[in-house]
Structures are given as structure tokens and as C-alpha cells.
Design a protein around this ligand. Structure first.
Ligand SMILES: O=C([C@H](O)CO)[C@H](O)[C@H](O)COP(=O)(O)O
Length: 231
């Protein structure tokens, strides 16, 4: 699979999300993600606004579904999402329901292994239950909590190769990656590169790469697209 750059719009209003998405699309980003904060703040209106502004762009709705999977996926697909997210820790019936809704409404399913007791088994479970992609994810609170205790912060890079080797579906690594680590994901067999915090939480540091946010993002997109994804 050709490497893909996805931008996570972890923002809290539609105007800011559209503005950031426009910049991202000019820079060469392939997929947009309606991040969990945007979905909480703007709901289906946020996804509809992105779909209306970007009619041909894949849109991931980061719902983090734990229950009521069919309806959540149906609503997001009808609003314009091409991808929805269900959690590996959800009941297997919930994962099956999201997969069924994906098939019924033309939407692909990304399964997120965050806080799985065993991240590799979590990824396999998602594949076995019919998900189209695995999101190998170390959560924001988990990372911050561990760092606050002065311990080494876990990274999705720690087990990325093992997760990639355990499943046949494409994998995306998420959670606290540096820009360099994100760019390297295809070399570790993970073709979906997601950029989140660098554009929002850490925007100033991100700009330092070239002094200009759009220019920096363009450089990142070019670096990702120039790679072949390792098997
Ligand atoms: O999904 C996310 C998290 O659970 C909060 O909603 C974030 O999008 C994800 O953790 C982003 O991580 P960074 O790559 O560190 O921005």
C-alpha cells in the first residue's frame, strides 16, 4: 500500500478544523480525521462540514466506539465519514456491529487497540472480527500519567513491528510520535502516517522545521510519499 498521510483534527470547532484542513490539503495530506474533540464539540455537523468542504477526501471519524456500534457507524457514514473507529476493548458484538454497518453504508472500519492488555492480541482480535485497519495506539492520558511519574513514556514504536507482523491489514501508529518517528512509520511496515499533536498542541515546535506550517507539512508529506512501505 502506498504510504498515506492523515491529519488528525483534534480541534474543538468547525471553522478551525476547516481552516487547518485547507492548509493540510494544500500541503499534500491525503486523509482528514475528525478527531475525538471535534466530534464531541460539533458532532455530525463537524463531519458534514468537512465532507461538504472536501467532497473527495477520505474522512476518518475518530468515534472510539465502545457500544451501540451499528448506529454510531451508520450516522457517521451518512454524514460523510469514509472510516469509523471502534475500540478493541469493546465487546466483540460491538466490533461486529460496526463492521456490519461499514459494509451496509460503504464505510471502512479502523480498530483501535488502545489499552488492550496485550496490544498484539488486541490487533489480531480486530483483524479477526473484520476490521479493515489497525490503529496501534498509546493513549494521551496513559502517556502523560506515566511521564508525570518520571517513568519512561511508552511509545507505539515499541511494539509497532510486532503488531505489523501479527496482522495482514494495514497498521497506523498513534500517540506521541515525533515528526521523525511519524515519517519513519512506512519503514516499519505501517503505511498510514497520522499527524496530530504537532499541528495543534505543539504547533510552535512544528513550525520551526521550515518557519512555515504549510511548508513544513508539505516537506513531511513529500518525505512520506517518497517511501515504499516495508513489507
Ligand atoms: O485519539 C487521540 C487521543 O485518544 C485523544 O482523543 C489522539 O488523536 C491521539 O492520541 C493523538 O496523538 P498525537 O499523535 O500525540 O497527537
Amino acid at each position: 500500500m502506498r504510504p498515506i498521510v492523515q491529519i488528525s483534527l483534534d480541534l474543538t470547532n468547525i471553522d478551525e478544523a476547516i481552516e487547518t484542513a485547507q492548509l493540510a490539503m494544500r500541503a499534500g495530506v491525503d486523509w482528514l480525521e475528525a478527531g475525538t474533540p471535534l466530534i464531541l464539540a460539533e458532532g455530525l455537523h463537524g463531519v458534514r462540514a468537512l465532507r461538504s468542504a472536501f467532497p473527495d477526501t477520505p474522512i476518518v471519524a475518530d468515534l472510539k466506539t465502545m457500544d451501540g456500534g451499528y448506529l454510531e457507524a451508520e450516522m457517521m457514514a451518512k454524514a460523510g465519514a469514509t472510516h469509523v473507529v471502534v475500540m478493541a476493548r469493546a465487546h466483540e458484538e460491538t466490533i461486529r456491529c460496526v463492521v456490519k454497518a461499514g459494509a451496509d453504508f460503504g464505510c471502512q472500519v479502523m480498530g483501535d487497540n488502545m489499552v488492550s492488555e496485550d496490544m498484539i492480541e488486541g490487533a489480531k482480535r480486530l483483524e479477526d472480527l473484520g476490521c479493515d485497519f489497525v490503529i496501534h495506539h498509546i493513549g494521551y492520558d496513559e502517556r502523560r500519567g506515566i511521564a508525570a511519574r518520571g517513568e519512561r513514556m511508552p511509545s507505539p514504536m515499541d511494539q509497532l513491528r510486532d503488531v505489523v507482523n501479527a496482522v495482514k491489514i494495514p497498521v497506523q501508529a498513534v500517540g506521541g510520535l515525533s515528526i521523525e518517528q511519524a515519517i519513519q512509520c512506512p519503514q516499519h511496515g505501517a503505511p498510514l502516517v497520522v499527524l496530530g499533536a504537532p499541528l495543534t498542541i505543539d504547533a510552535d515546535a512544528f513550525r520551526t522545521a521550515s518557519g512555515d506550517l504549510e511548508g513544513s507539512l508539505r516537506m513531511i508529506c513529500e518525505a512520506v510519499h517518497a517511501q515504499d512501505c516495508a513489507p
